[in-house]
Write a protein that binds this ligand. Structure first.
Ligand code: MN
Ligand code: MN
Length: 475
């Protein structure tokens, strides 16, 4: 080798070495952990089953409770003394779940919270939903959460929820998921006649009052009767569920995509399913929680409702129910509630937007999360100059990333899109406001909030490992 070339090669080696030491290296999970790919893929089999059985917050809460009971968790009873290693759960109003494993240390040393949400964007029925138009019957809806309305037409929808009847009894509905069930749909125009509709903006392509679900077409046995199709639809509902039209006013009925979770890609390495925001965090944190044995600090795994509408209400985290639970725990142990909060740490478990190569304009590539690069830490959320965010401290970012590095958990950072491109919030601020250290963590998601969201199985597995490391931490 000529002298010049030799010198160049030596310099390049030096640069490579230095870069390896002090520059951030982004790596595909398969490159970083080749031995764990198979395990990661297998982990998501039960995850898909969890999604299929958890199409709404109520179903997810009930499904979660079944898993907790099987894992030996006992119902939480206020005032009852608990010892280290005890496992308890609380089902809150049927829509939120708290599971805890009592630690060896006093609560005043702080608890480890992992908090996800189990509500997802969807179409709720209005209180007076049923009507007939030109001999077809429909339900009126009001969308819940951030929905791109055009994505919800011309797909099969299923019906889920609870109806409280006049006499106070209630009936649960889940229709459109089982083999042989009918499904429902919202119609859209055919391309041949959509010239005018095509002039609308995408946001306006389908309007809120156009999200009307087709639910029937046959008339009552006396077809001349007034609104005979509506009558027949209501008759069928009455026959099947014992409900009358007025009962819709005392109901919570949600329409969601009637699709099962599926493997995506020739390699089957991705999960496609409705509601992965944020049931992916619910499932992974639940698995980490149930596998926890005699932790140093009390672990509290929480799944809340109403995140998609701002967390307000008696099942959301802006409300008090979760903090009341913590107060009850403290009272049992005669621990100081404020001391416990100040010493506590929390992972706000929620998803982030994966970089989408088809739509690069909305992302700032250096600060975006990528599919297969591991659990994503989102230091702050919010919009327009970090408005309405909880910005994790350098110290807490240091703590969490150190934990992950020590446990060999691949992590990446992620900001939700370019500055001023949009934004969003999570439950993090409601916990931070109580004087708890908190940071957002989740997985990258493609097509977030759509009827068919995409995650990487490798990331899902990584997140689970991250939660395990967090819950098992000794300091
Ligand atoms: Mn979310
Ligand atoms: Mn969301």
């Amino acid at each position: 080798m000529p002298k010049e070339a030799k010198k160049e090669a030596k310099t390049a080696k030096k640069a490579e070495k230095l870069a390896g030491e002090i520059l951030a290296q982004a790596k595909h999970f398969a490159a970083e952990k080749p031995d764990e790919v198979k395990k990661a893929l297998a982990f998501c089999g039960p995850y898909k089953a969890y999604l299929d059985a958890s199409k709404t917050e109520r179903e997810c809460a009930a499904n979660t409770v079944r898993i907790l009971q099987k894992a030996g968790y006992k119902p939480f009873v206020a005032g009852k003394k608990l010892a280290a290693g005890d496992k308890v759960y609380l089902l809150h109003r049927g829509k939120a779940v708290i599971a805890a494993t009592l630690g060896k240390q006093s609560l005043e040393k702080g608890v480890r919270m992992v908090i996800s949400h189990i509500d997802s964007p969807r179409l709720d029925l209005k209180p007076a939903p049923l009507y007939e138009a030109e001999e077809l019957s429909y339900f009126k809806t009001h969308y819940y959460g951030g929905v791109r309305k055009y994505q919800w037409v011309a797909i099969p929808l299923s019906m889920h929820g609870v109806v409280v009847k006049k006499d106070g009894t209630s009936v649960e509905i889940s229709l459109g998921e089982a083999e042989g069930d009918p499904v429902f749909t919202i119609t859209d125009l055919l391309p041949h006649l959509s010239a005018e509709q095509n002039k609308r903006s995408l946001a306006d392509g389908i309007r809120g009052e156009e999200l009307n679900i087709l639910v029937g077409a046959l008339p009552f046995e006396e077809p001349e009767a007034k609104e005979a199709v509506k009558l027949e639809t209501m008759r069928l509902l009455h026959e099947k569920y014992g409900i009358a039209e007025r009962d819709f006013a005392r109901a919570e009925i949600e329409f969601v995509p009637a699709m099962k979770a599926a493997d995506v890609g020739f390699d089957g390495s991705m999960v496609g399913a409705y509601g992965q925001d944020d049931r992916v965090c619910a499932y992974t944190s639940l698995m980490a929680e149930t596998e926890t044995k005699s932790p140093e600090f009390t672990s509290v795994c929480v799944m809340v409702d109403k995140e998609e509408t701002g967390s307000d209400g008696n099942t959301g985290l802006a409300g008090d129910f979760f903090f009341h639970f913590l107060q009850e725990l403290c009272e049992q142990q005669k621990a100081n509630y404020r001391t416990m909060l100040a010493a506590s740490v929390c992972l706000s478990a929620d998803v982030n937007a994966a970089y989408d190569p088809t739509f690069p304009d909305v992302y700032e590539k250096r600060n975006t999360c990528f599919m297969n690069h591991g659990a994503v830490l989102t230091k702050y959320t919010g919009a327009r100059g970090k408005g309405s965010t909880s910005d994790a401290s350098a110290e807490f970012m240091g703590y969490v990333t150190r934990l992950f590095d020590d446990a060999g958990v691949p992590w990446q950072i992620g900001e939700l899109g370019k500055v001023d491109a949009g934004g969003g919030g999570t439950i993090a601020k409601f916990v931070a406001n109580k004087n708890v250290e908190v940071v957002d963590i989740g997985v990258p998601v493609l097509s977030m909030h759509s009827p068919f969201e995409i995650t990487s199985k490798l990331d899902v597995y990584t997140l689970y490992q991250g939660f395990k490391a967090f819950v098992a931490a000794k300091e």
